[in-house]
Design a protein around this ligand. Structure first.
Ligand code: SAM
Length: 326
């Protein structure tokens, strides 16, 4: 078991497979972002070796993210390798869904268990404005393919941005009236170059709940309002699914955080919103032994920050979201 200095059991690793993406969401990255050369990223064998070390240290829950994980070369083989690593109990992916039409079935056959698909609006014009490049029909086709392939329960994510999609929480929540899905709304968080925009356009979970209730009726807390992972879940009258809120900005859940993040360039980041990272790739390439690498991981876990500093205006400047993985 990997315990941090506050006694939290850190067992959930979110792995960014690439910093590249096939969209350019306004809240995630600048349109003219420069990506890292591929040689600076963890290669397949390096990634699988690190996953094995993490499992030996008590990590058992893994999520693949990015950038966009489905555009990483060999993604199906990487999934297979992780799924077959002893000690991996849960393996899921966060994706924009664009490639799922082709990849959902091969990914399931390789051992992927679930996906969270990002979809910020159902309106094609607003979708293009938010993602700069995307066609919402492709995401919808990906969601259908994921359902058919058995990537269940289906969870959808939407980041809500003032002036872009704050009224869309209604149509998106209404999906749960007819589908047994979890529709989760994420408060926008500030990072690096895009921080000013992100802080000015943030919509709070409370405001989202008010908008939804005004149109669709009362939201009843599920499970007494307890956190389900990072989301607080609610139920609409007659709904088949749940509506969730990830309120990292206004109601942080740091006390129950069990996560670490491995960036595509091999840095172990212990809090999404803090700059502290432990470089694993450089020592790995310099020939560090497995025990040395485990000692570095244990040190990073021990020093996991208690929580973020948004309330005191501490914003991480060293990376934007697409480089960390969400
Ligand atoms: N490309 C994949 C996708 O679109 O889901 C995975 C990577 S993306 C960085 C992971 C999640 O982070 C997505 O749900 C995305 O909407 C969310 N995200 C990106 N920027 C964000 C921000 N500034 N605040 C909150 N969530 C953000």
């Amino acid at each position: 078991m990997a315990l941090d200095r506050f006694g939290r059991d850190i067992h959930y690793l979110r792995i960014s497979l690439t910093d590249r993406c096939n969209l350019r969401c306004v809240y995630c990255m600048p349109e003219d972002i420069t990506f890292r050369p591929r040689a600076e990223l963890l290669q397949d064998d390096e990634l699988l070796l690190l996953v094995r070390l993490f499992t030996e240290m008590g990590f058992h829950k893994f999520r693949l993210t990015g950038g966009e994980p489905t555009i990483r070369a060999n993604v199906v083989e990487i999934v297979r390798g992780i799924a077959q690593t002893p000690g991996v109990r849960s393996l899921s992916m966060t994706t924009n869904g664009l490639m799922l039409k082709q990849l959902a079935r091969p990914l399931v056959e390789a051992g992927l268990q679930r996906v969270n698909v990002s979809i910020d609006t159902l309106d094609p014009v607003k979708f293009k404005r938010l993602t700069r490049w995307g066609d919402v029909q492709d995401v919808w086709a990906g969601i259908e393919a994921a359902e058919q392939a058995g990537l269940l329960p289906m969870k959808l994510n939407a980041v809500i941005v003032r002036g872009y999609n704050e009224s869309d929480v209604v149509d998106l929540s209404a999906l749960t009236l007819y589908h047994p899905w979890q529709m989760r709304f994420i408060e926008m968080m500030p990072f690096g170059d895009v921080a000013d925009f992100q802080q000015n356009q943030v919509v709070t979970a409370q405001e989202m709940r008010d908008t939804i209730e005004a149109k669709l009726g009362p939201l009843t807390p599920v499970d007494g309002g307890k956190l389900d992972g990072e989301a607080r879940l609610y139920h609409l009258p007659e709904g088949l699914g749940d509506v969730g809120f990830i309120s990292s900005v206004t109601e942080p859940f740091c006390a129950s955080c069990s996560r670490a993040r491995l960036t595509a360039d091999g840095k172990l980041r212990m809090c999404l919103l803090r700059e502290y990272e432990m470089d694993l790739l450089t020592p790995l390439r310099a020939g560090a032994g497995l025990d040395d690498l485990k000692a570095l991981i244990a040190k990073a876990v021990h020093h996991k920050p208690w929580g973020h500093g948004l309330a005191h205006n501490v914003v991480p400047m060293n990376r934007v979201m697409s480089e960390i993985g969400g």
